[in-house]
Ligand binder design. Sequence first.
Ligand code: ADP
Length: 532
Amino acid sequence: MMRGAHSRLEWMAGILAIWILCVACYAAFSVNSSLKRAEGELNETGFLLHRMISQRVAQHDAHLTTLVSLVLAAEDGQSQPLTQVGESIMRFYPRITAINELEITWREPSASAEARRILSIPADARVPDDRSLAAAVFMQKAGEGKSYVDASSSAGYLLTKKVRDSNPAPALVLQIDPKRLVDIDELPDWVFLQLQLDGRVVMERPAGEKASGWLAPLRFSRMIDSQSQPLLLTVERRVSLADLVDVATLAMVAAASLGGIALFGYSLRHRREARLLQAAAERAEQRSILLAREARLAHAARVNSLGELASGIAHELAQPLTALMSQSRAAERLLEQSGMDNPLLKKTMAANVREARRAGDMLKRMRDYISNRPPKPVAVEINKIVGDTVDLMHADLEQRGIALDLSLAGNLPVLMADPVELEQVLNNLIRNAAESLVEAGIEQGRVTIATMLEGDRVRIDIRDNGPGIKEALLPRLFEPFFTTKPDGMGLGLALCSTLVERVGGQIEARNELDGGACFTVRLTVASEEASR
Ligand code: ADP
């Protein structure tokens, strides 16, 4: 009971472990593919933004170059409508929020710069009056664009260009609103966007979605392709647990896998139990075969010891009986010689002799019955014995569909043997051959009996075209009680060898080269005298 409950618990724990593993594997797979998808989307958006911003900042450089050439042209006396061009640029590109033309003067020995406004678009535009900015722009190479974070305002960054290397030097400053570099409303909700210039954030757009904070956000980060405006673009995406695993699908997978695994486990368990039951049944069957064999052995031993006991008693009784008989006969003779006429005494003595003889006869019959009766060899023709045996068995073999071949040598010498015992030997060997053919299901079964002269012996072969005998079993065949048949006694061959050997013959078994078993009996030829 306890073991059964224990193994059921183990079984359930096993199923649970496999199920958890399956669900975990699915969850890991789902997380991995969702992450890959999110990463793909992030990179796609990142590259798109990068290309767009790079193109737009390049336009700033182009506008600045146009404006510089207008300033230079004005100095050459050609009156150019800088204000007009500037205004139309700002109208088409609203992210350029102001255009300033400055004159920067470098003062020695204080080594400082001063900026003076020449022109502003719009007219009320704030002029960056930071002296360090004026000095930095003065230090720029003429015609080279450079960007600065506008420290005095949060309205973006400044793109500057010195028009000419002179003191004072004219310079142009564009004020750019980076928020308008991107069409923010068209960005997906999850996008967190940031632009930095010289390590300072000039624009930030937070993500719309609220995502769980314990997962590190996925990040795309790249410098904008521009010499004059080296902006660092960063796009981030936060992923929530719900993004990574679809709970409904996970629940379905969990339910389906639990069902599948339980079914599989159940069928495995069922099969294992069936195997165990079968093994137990086989063991029980073997045990019962063993027990039956033991019982037969015990019976044989009992019969044997009973026989020995009886033969001992018979032997012991024989002597006193013989003495009784001879004494009674002697008494009879004495009575006759003495001339005494005592009919009662004579009758008693005669009865003694008669009863003693009767007891002796009874003892002899009993000893014959229980003892190993010695054979009564007579001169026999082996071919005739074979013929008689085959006549008896022919019908039975035919019924089992087994053909019988005889190959009997002519003019064989006469043997000294007990014909009944010899028939018994042949009968056993032919029956065994037939049984092996039937058991193996051989379709064209055949038993061949051959007789021949071999030196001074007559040889009899009984062979079949059955499965033969396993090599390992050959040495044990003639042991009493050795059998491979479920209902065999294992006494047939043991008896054969006893009967053959006690008339001086031999019996052996082997496998034929082309399969099948062959039993050979060799018997001694009778002397000339005996055969007459
Ligand atoms: P039993 O026939 O009761 O088994 P035997 O002493 O006659 O007892 O035979 C002992 C065993 O020898 C058989 O169980 C069988 O395995 C084997 N045997 C005997 N004759 C043949 C044969 N012609 N072919 C194959 N096996 C044989």
